[in-house]
Each structure stands twice: as C-alpha cells, then as structure tokens.
Write a protein of this length. Structure first.
Length: 196
C-alpha cells in the first residue's frame, strides 16, 4: 500500500503510548509539545500529533508493541512504507505509525543517536549528557526534560514554540536554563535574541 493522501492525525495520548509500551526494555521518552505538558503537569494546548524518541539501534524492537499499525519512514517530503523487517533508512529519523482502518496517523517515533546510558542531541552530537539527567517521569510516563525539548524547538521558533519558551522557562531551575542557553548559543546562536 502507499501512504494516505491526506495527513490526518488522531494521535494517542501519552497514557495510551505508555500502555502500549509497557514491558519495553528499550529507553523511550515523550518529546515535543506533549513532553512540555508532562513537565507542566497539565495539557496547555491542543496537540496535532504525539512524538516519542528512542535510540535508533532500538527501532527493530518497536513493531511488536504496535502490531495493528503500519510503519512509514518520513523525511525530506517523503513518506515511505516500511514492510516487516525493513531496515529504517539511515538518512531519515522519523517513523509515522498509521491505523489503516481509520486512515489516521497515531504516533511519530523519532530515531536518535545515543543509547540506554547516554542522551545525544541529534543535530549536534557534541551535545550529550547522561540519559538519567535528561529524562523525567510523570505518572510513570518518561519524557525528555524541557531543556532538551526547547533545544530542539529553538531551530525554527514558530509561534507555538515561542509560547512554549515563555511558559516553560520560568518553571526551570538556574542550571537547566544555563545549560539550555549555552547549547542554543552553540547550535542556533541567531535564535537567542528571540528567546530571551
């Protein structure tokens, strides 16, 4: 089958993802807007999708947790069906999971460098920290701490991203803010004036 012609999302909630991945032995974490809301402890806006991040090396373990969904590698304007056992294209880091019955996308799985012990920023692998320092939990759901999420959001700084910065920066401690600003200056220096 080919990819659906209409990009229709009816994403899982973080709780539904956690139920699906119960028993997984690989590290995963909610990222993006839902990760921000997990940090804040409430849903602050509507979310078009839901994203989780896993180490790329763990991708072969993911399909058994979503046997009813169809996997597509996504990137550079392409949406490519992944058949059972296909190796994920190394140049693509996103995988969308489709419910064929409804034609709705359910989950975006982001493939990243790193492993169970070390978190590595995909856009600049010089930026790395122990995974234990970058992952937090709320109600048993792992999520990337806000300094990691905002570092990713700093690349484009759309209005919703700027709103996330405004909402979240005051809730972070000095060490988190200092690390975030230092890394943004390193990888997206032109964005500092927008964020501060």
């Amino acid at each position: 089958m080919g990819a659906p012609t209409v990009n229709v999302w009816r994403p899982f909630t973080p709780q539904e993802v956690a139920l699906r991945l119960a028993g997984a032995t690989f590290p995963w974490a909610v990222v993006g807007g839902w990760g921000i809301d997990l940090w804040l402890g409430e849903q602050t806006r509507e979310h078009h999708d839901i994203e989780i991040a896993i180490p790329r090396s763990c991708f072969p373990q993911v399909p058994r947790f979503f046997p009813d969904l169809t996997f597509f590698a996504v990137g550079s304007g392409e949406v490519m069906l992944l058949a059972d056992g296909d190796v994920h294209p190394p140049e693509k880091h996103q995988t969308w999971l489709l419910d064929e019955r409804s034609g709705e996308w359910k989950l975006d799985v982001m493939l990243e460098p790193g492993d169970a012990e070390e978190w590595i920023f995909r856009r600049d692998e010089r930026i790395r920290r122990p995974r234990s320092e970058m992952i937090a939990h709320r109600d048993g759901i792992p999520y990337l701490r806000p300094e990691g999420i905002l570092l990713y959001k700093a690349k484009h700084c759309r209005e919703k991203d700027l709103e996330d910065f405004r909402r979240v920066l005051p809730t972070m401690d000095d060490d988190q803010r200092e690390w975030l600003m230092e890394t943004i200056r390193k990888v997206h220096p032109s964005m500092i004036s927008l964020i501060c």
